[in-house]
Design a protein around this ligand. Sequence first.
Ligand code: AMP
Ligand code: MG
Length: 217
Amino acid sequence: MIQKASPRNIKNAASILKKGGVVGMPTETVYGLAANAFDRRAVAKVFKLKGRPGSDPLIVHISDHAQLEDVADLSQLTAFEYQELLLLIKNFWPGPLTLVLPKLKQVPGVVTSGLKTVAVRMPKHNVARSLIRAAGVPLAAPSANRFQSMSPTTARAVEKELGQNLLILDGGPCRVGVESTVLHLGREVVILRPGGVSRENIEKVLNRKIPVIKAKQ
Ligand code: AMP
Ligand code: MG
């Protein structure tokens, strides 16, 4: 069921998330299928609804900078790595850059497919950030399509993919329309997936060359 992303409907969607449900949310990249990132059963519903294999980790979406420390263990970064993190955040958040960082143990393994790292992004879309704020927790959200289908950029496309039982907040068509760039931080800084933020712009900000690894799809 598609609903306009009014304050009232955002509040309603947040209450579904708080109760362990899933909702469709607009972001500037593509529409996401969101669940409370700390609720392993809710996250399992995302995998089931999408038909996504458990070996493909989800991106955790946050609404403000402080929330990064609820999911990522920044104490594992060296001073230099931390400085690079701050530069990237300052230049690209909110926006289509996902950062892979050491994970805190309160993030359930189902979100990260058992990895010790967590992928985190602060979306630019106001509706996405309002929804995260209203839910009061970070939201794990892959694209809102069945596994191996096209990522949807409108609420209508989400409904076609995942059916009418799902509440989908309509925030209009996505502006970026391509997935976020996924960048691994730490001892090795590498682009795991090209996307909405270009390699050139990341290299400009970090003032060095950054390799691209072809991520398995
Ligand atoms: P999406 O399909 O848009 O939800 O993107 C999720 C993608 O982010 C995954 O398919 C991985 O490529 C990447 N990803 C998420 N979490 C991690 C992680 N902890 N380590 C490496 N890559 C990750
Ligand atoms: Mg996808």
